[in-house]
Design a protein around this ligand. Sequence first.
Ligand code: ATP
Ligand code: MG
Length: 349
Amino acid sequence: MSSKILVLAGDGIGPEIMAEATKVLSFVDNKFGLDLHVDEALVGGAAIDAEGSALPERTFELAKAADAILLGAVGGPKWDNLPPAERPEKGGLLKIRAELDLFGNLRPAILYPQLADASSLKPEVVSGLDILIVRELTGGIYFGGPRGIRTLDSGEREGFNTYVYSESEIVRIGRQAFEAARKRGGRLCSVDKANVLEVTMLWREVMEELSKDYPDVELSHMYVDNAAMQLVRAPKQFDVIVTGNMFGDILSDAAAMLTGSIGMLPSASLDINGRGMYEPCHGSAPDIAGQGKANPLATILSVAMMLRYSLAQIEAADFIERAVEKVLDKGYRTGDIFSEGCKLVSTSE
Ligand code: ATP
Ligand code: MG
């Protein structure tokens, strides 16, 4: 069955890293007979320059029709003076996320043993780290109402937000996390603050109910304060973590830093049917754009995630991930992950 892939290279280092990722994509397409149909379109600053909009109609139509989207990066100083809603990030990337209802954010934190000295933690604590954080992306306290800042009768100001999750929102992110755990080590840790916050008491209850449908996945629960501590103390105890928008925001940045290498981290944002957008965690890196210095591995690993999560091509995904390990074994490094005794190579090398 043919799958439609939309490639959005974007800005800055986006086109450079995407050129390498699409080579890998067409290689596995041929090798595994995937029958991929690949389209390319403009997004972000490149689209503003060419068509006057960060998300042109053609791009949006192709995005809606695609089984999966592969994105490089958007934005750069050139477009920073535009009104926020028209900028590459909000007008392009965030709009695709919202319009396609990509509510499930999957961020692996993997530390290849070859790069263990890049982490700020001791090698024995992080070497071989391989965890996945599943963060709810379109609900929770970031979106709940009422919200605002008001002045009380006393004249004092008060800020307020609403932390709300409906049962159906918890169910859909929960299912995504259980499915992901099933494809990995079979262990899921749900992170909440159920000792204090009612919304997360419901979260915990719903996760328990869902777990009956996934007898092959071992579910545990952890309070977010403890989870933060455990992530730094002994991160390898985790397989998959599922949590709400705010806790996930904080924990996934902490987890990313355990690996110490921004050029190595892929991500996925999925909808209810597993259709998704895949992109490196890093940005458009204008400081090194056009110099052949960018590390393409985060984008190449995003291709692997796309094959695993949207196209169910597990063999091809494993193949790419093993190839990345081989490259590291041989000592090839771009500047961001370079260390003494390795071979410094360019993006395309
Ligand atoms: P954004 O707001 O889009 O996330 P940012 O400025 O916060 O942008 P990045 O664009 O990710 O963050 O860049 C942060 C630093 O990491 C920069 O110095 C950049 O050169 C470097 N960097 C980012 N991605 C890569 C990469 N793939 N390879 C090498 N260095 C990178
Ligand atoms: Mg940033």
